[in-house]
Design a protein around this ligand. Sequence first.
Ligand code: NAD
Length: 468
Amino acid sequence: MTTEATAPPSSAAPAADIPAIVARLRKTFSTGRTRDVAWRKRQLEALERLLVDNEPAIAAALEKDLGRQPFEAWLADIASTAGEAADAAKNVGKWTKRKHQWLEFAQLPGRGWVEYEPNGTVLIIGAWNFPFALTLGPAVGAIAAGNAVLLKPSEVAPASSALMAELVPRYLDPDAIAVVEGDGAVSQELIAQGFDRLCFTGGTEIGRKVYESAAAHLTPVTLELGGKSPVIVAADADVAVAAKRIAWTKLINSGQICIAPDYVLADATVRDELVAKIGEAVATFEAGNSGKRIVNERHFDRLTTALAATKGTVAVGGGSNAAAVEIDPTVVVDPALDEPLMTDEIFGPILPIVTVQSLDEAIDFVNARPKPLAAYLFTKSKGVRERVIKEVSSGGMLVNHLLFQFSTTKLPFGGVGPSGMGAYHGRFGFEEFSHRKSVLTKPTRPDLTAIIYPPYTEKAWKLARRLF
Ligand code: NAD
């Protein structure tokens, strides 16, 4: 998952005049056009239309780039992002409202509030696995917050990137929202322009490079990164449902999802039943031709090498087809904890299942590793649920299902520690791309503060001590 910053610009992408494009966006922002709430609403509605009108073209691009089925294209890239845009268009007026605060007695007379100010010109660098959702999705918050936006889709999904470059200027205000295609080198050239905020979605290692480059300009960053998201299957779990849900979500996009179940920690008492039922579910879902195609040879080689090196037992699948760049959905039971399947993010249709003897062991296992983007738990008990919620740190948590935490506008989506910083979706996206400017206004008369102007008397001091 490493595209070097030194890589030459992608030959597929026309060389863009980056400084000129950024200057155009900045100029538009400085006119105040993007701050107008009616403009924001229109852009958000147009973004929703872009997605809905072009569903067949988007599905075709996703099929070409990722071998994605049309239903999954609709569910994960089109409907989710269109829903975000529609929600923001509906609520942006409310979100931009000043948030007045009750002030302390000592601050009276006066009024104070939070004024949501757009960051300015924002750079969004997207990932390839859900190219529309992870590029246009963050743009929803950025537009709602009143920013000018530059989008850099991932070059690893070239058909999707080209389609965004074609559609965005057709639907959205081209002087305020632009697409630049290209790879890591183009991303670095963009970051060097010194944006007012940057949102990056991708792997943790590249995220680190992005953060370093942004630091030179003190550009604030939102980093939506990856990691190994665990699934704890407790002794009291509904194993049949857990197996189906784990298998389904591991197969979507062939497991190439930042919040895919990376590995399972199964209580020893339910481990065998879980493995058997995941096998049954995979067989059913595979009949629908799901979950095999890998994005490119580099990732195919990475995955097949990790699988070949396993010291665990391959209980389901294990096959691959290099010519078709496909890996069969595979379950590996009890791999060594120091092998690649257990040390690196998998990002493919391979599921290690590690046996644990107790809930304590499962919690300790997760907490001994980098904080994940998601943590999942299957249990029927409130006690177990509360313990895991309180004791395991992760970007987000979902109990008794997987992935759905991404598809609500009501909860923030983001990582913690090495899985990222900042969060978006719904109002949280608006907040993420806004500066919360504190504003305090005071009357000039009567000038009550006169009592504490210098020279400081004993009396003024006494009064001030009582007031503040
Ligand atoms: P990727 O290859 O699509 O790269 C992400 C973006 O980074 C691309 O636009 C790419 O051009 C750019 N890039 C590459 N090298 C760069 C560099 N040196 N400097 C600046 N930008 C550079 O994505 P990937 O890294 O293969 O994506 C997979 C990873 O992304 C996984 O770890 C996954 O968990 C994570 N991810 C996270 C989320 C999330 O929402 N948190 C979503 C999807 C993927």
